[in-house]
Write a protein that binds this ligand. Structure first.
Ligand code: COI
Length: 388
């Protein structure tokens, strides 16, 4: 099916358009034209303290459409705002909706750097078929992300701990109630300048071990960033919060024994001289931060095992003194230390409310690369230069 190929040698050119929204402007490449409907900026960037996570959106968004037989078309940057949608759209009824999330950072020198944008774009493109969806190619997604970030570069905050969060999203839009994959899709990207995911910053969180509800079963959607996975998590998270816990530890769907994820993050547990995280067996999201942490740890000489491990192993290690640090990893929070697990058998303290040295080292090293303060031997950071 005709996808738009983008080797986005971006070039700005003036173009005549009758749109009432736009000062006439267009970003173009030989194969992807991004029309721009520009709104003048009227708001200022809030301070880091006011930002929070995902509450404020920039002035513009990116959108493009797909129709079976026509392919992807009408790539555009337009004012942020409500999108018209057919009430019969498959995303509203049958959950054909997925997203990704990544961050752009402003370095001290003013460079705008996207962290592992291509990997995020590929994850979205690769996940779509599992939901019966058609996605733009990873390259198109990546080019759209960088075009929008460059266009909105003034919205990338500069204070420590802040970033511009990108939310590329894919939804089925055909108005049809028969149960089959949609023949129409909308791909859009919105941007949100963000501060810390947790308002209290890097601080050990309390986690409830969920024994009944599950996040994902083998053969299901767990490896895909489907909106449905997040819907499936909300009830358990709310119940945990009522008990005073920030999130839940998800166990495997079959035996309710093996640790899978923590809230919306991947989980790492240090046992003596081994650091363990659940393997990517179909129920775990292939976190980009997870992969980055594994790479750093191995480079630092740690033994990292991607293997199944039961919650009982954590209990046992706590008893015999071999439990080390425990932390979650994700794009939003980066690293989140786990200070305590609450479970039916009582409370298991992992730390004395201090951030462990390894957790701190990972957070500092990863963010130093993201902000361009440390060397990036892995090629994770891509400078967004936009239009030459
Ligand atoms: C992440 O941190 O990687 C996430 O997916 C969190 C997001 C859903 C807010």
């Amino acid at each position: 099916m005709g996808d738009v190929h983008t080797d986005l040698v971006l070039e700005r050119r003036k173009t005549m358009t009758s749109s009432t929204l736009t000062p006439p402007e267009q970003i173009a490449s030989s194969t992807l034209d991004v029309r721009i409907h520009h709104v003048p900026r009227t708001r200022t960037l809030p301070s880091a303290a006011e930002l929070g996570f995902g509450r404020i959106f920039t002035d513009h968004m990116f959108a493009m459409e797909y129709e079976e037989g026509r392919g992807w078309f009408d790539a555009r940057i337009l004012p942020y705002g409500p999108i018209p949608i057919d009430p019969g759209a498959s995303c509203l009824h049958y959950g054909q909706a997925m997203f990704d999330g990544c961050k752009a950072f402003r370095s001290k020198q003013g460079r705008i750097q996207l962290f592992r944008g291509r990997r995020h774009a590929a994850r979205l493109a690769d996940g779509a078929p599992r939901l019966g969806m058609v996605a733009p190619s990873a390259e198109t997604i990546y080019q759209a992300m960088t075009a929008l970030v460059h266009f909105e570069k003034d919205w990338v905050p500069s204070e420590p701990g802040t970033a511009l969060y990108l939310r590329p999203t894919l939804v089925g839009t055909e108005g049809f109630l028969g149960v089959r994959p949609s023949k129409k899709y909308l791909f859009f990207i919105i941007l949100s300048p963000v501060g810390a995911y947790y308002k209290d910053g890097l601080k050990p969180v309390r986690i409830w071990v969920e024994k009944d509800l599950i996040r994902a079963a083998k053969g299901g959607l767990g490896a895909v960033k489907a909106g449905a996975n997040y819907a499936a998590s909300l009830f358990a998270a709310t119940e945990a919060q009522k008990r005073g816990y920030a999130q839940v530890l998800w166990l495997d769907a079959l035996e309710h024994r093996y640790c899978e994820e923590v809230g919306v993050m991947n989980l790492f547990v240090q046992f003596k001289d081994e650091i363990v995280t659940a393997p990517l067996g179909g129920t775990i999201l292939a976190g980009v931060t997870r992969d980055s942490v594994i790479t750093l740890l191995r480079d630092w000489g740690y033994k990292v095992s991607e293997r199944r491990y039961a919650f009982d192993e954590i209990v046992e290690a706590r008893k015999n003194g071999t439990l080390g640090e425990v932390f979650g990893t994700g794009t939003a929070a980066v690293i989140s230390p786990v200070g305590e697990f609450g479970h039916e058998g009582g409370v298991l303290k992992t730390s004395d409310d201090a951030i462990g040295p390894l957790t701190q080292r990972l957070y500092s090293s990863l963010t130093a690369i993201q902000y361009g303060e440390a060397e990036d031997p892995y090629g994770w950071v891509e400078e967004v230069t936009g239009v030459a």
